[in-house]
Design a protein around this ligand. Structure first.
Ligand SMILES: *[C@@H]1O[C@H](CO)[C@@H](O)[C@H](O)[C@H]1NC(C)=O
Ligand SMILES: *[C@@H]1O[C@H](CO)[C@@H](O)[C@H](O)[C@H]1NC(C)=O
Ligand SMILES: *[C@@H]1O[C@H](CO)[C@@H](O)[C@H](O)[C@H]1NC(C)=O
Ligand SMILES: *[C@@H]1O[C@H](CO)[C@@H](O)[C@H](O)[C@H]1NC(C)=O
Length: 207
C-alpha cells in the first residue's frame, strides 16, 4: 500500500479499511480470519446471553408490565406487606391462603410474588416454590423441594454460587416488593410499623 493510501485510510471509517483490503488484492487473509472470529464470538456471546435471560424469565415469571390481560379474576392489588418471617411462618404463604398472597425467600430476603400466580400459585409452573426459601433451587435451576425446616445460612456455597445467588436476589428485588427478612432461630421480628403503617394510620385519623 502506498503512503497516500494509508493517509486516506486513516480519515475514512473503519469499514472502508476492510473493504479496501478486500478490493486490494492480494487479499489480507489474516484480517478476514480475525474478522470472522470476532464476528463469531459476538454472535455466540449474544446468543448465550439471550438463553440465560430466557431461563431466568422462565423461573421468575413476567414482571408487572406483562400481567395477563383480563386478570385471573383477582384484580384488586393486595396491600403491601412488611414483616419478617421464620421458615415455618413463611410456609403458610404457599399459595393456599384465601387472600392469595404468595411469598418466597432468596438469601434471607422475602419477596411478595403474589402477582405471578401463574408461576408460583398452586396451579402454576413452580407451585413448590411458594412459601419457601428458593435460593438453592435458583442456583441449581431445580424444582425439587427441600423439606428441611431449618434456617439455611448458605455457608457451604462456593464463590460462583454466591454470585449467582446475588444476581437472582437483585432480579427479584427489581421485580417484586420486598416484604422483610427470613429469621434464623431466636432472631426477633423487626417492627416495620414506624416505617409506613404509622404514617398511613395518621392519615386516616386526620380524615
Ligand atoms: C400450605 O400451607 C397450609 C398452611 O400452613 C397447609 O395446611 C397446607 O397443607 C399447605 N399446602 C401445601 C400444598 O403445601
Ligand atoms: C445442587 O444440586 C447438587 C446435586 O443434586 C447438590 O449436590 C448441590 O448441593 C446443590 N447445590 C446447592 C447450592 O444446594
Ligand atoms: C436443605 O436445606 C438445608 C437447610 O435448610 C440445607 O442445609 C441443605 O443443604 C439443603 N439440601 C439441599 C439438597 O438443598
Ligand atoms: C445475602 O444476604 C446477606 C445479609 O443480607 C449478605 O451479607 C450477603 O452478602 C448476601 N449474599 C449474597 C450471595 O447475596
Amino acid at each position: 500500500m502506498s503512503g497516500k493510501a494509508k493517509a486516506v485510510d486513516q480519515s475514512l471509517p473503519w469499514y472502508s479499511f476492510i473493504s479496501n483490503a478486500i478490493k486490494d488484492t492480494p487479499l489480507d487473509v489474516t484480517l478476514l480470519v480475525v474478522s470472522a472470529f470476532v464476528f463469531y464470538k459476538v454472535v455466540s456471546l449474544t446468543r448465550r446471553r439471550r438463553q440465560r435471560r430466557h431461563r431466568e424469565q422462565q423461573l421468575m415469571g413476567p414482571g408487572p408490565i406483562s400481567l395477563e390481560p383480563g386478570g385471573g379474576g383477582q384484580k384488586e392489588e393486595l396491600s403491601p406487606l412488611r414483616s419478617d418471617f421464620t421458615v415455618a411462618e413463611l410456609r403458610e404463604y404457599n399459595g393456599t391462603r384465601e387472600d392469595g398472597r404468595i411469598l418466597v425467600a432468596i438469601n434471607f430476603s422475602i419477596y411478595d410474588v403474589s402477582r405471578s400466580k401463574h408461576y408460583y400459585g398452586r396451579n402454576g409452573v413452580y407451585p413448590n416454590y411458594a412459601g419457601r426459601d428458593i435460593s438453592r433451587n435458583l442456583i441449581n435451576f431445580s424444582v425439587e423441594t427441600n423439606e428441611s425446616e431449618e434456617f439455611d445460612d448458605f455457608s457451604d456455597l462456593s464463590i460462583s454460587q454466591m454470585s449467582t445467588l446475588r444476581e437472582w436476589d437483585q432480579q427479584f428485588r427489581e421485580k417484586y416488593p420486598l416484604v422483610g427478612k427470613l429469621l434464623r432461630e431466636g432472631e426477633l421480628h423487626t417492627n416495620y410499623e414506624d416505617e409506613d403503617e404509622e404514617a398511613e394510620q395518621e392519615m386516616h385519623r386526620n380524615q
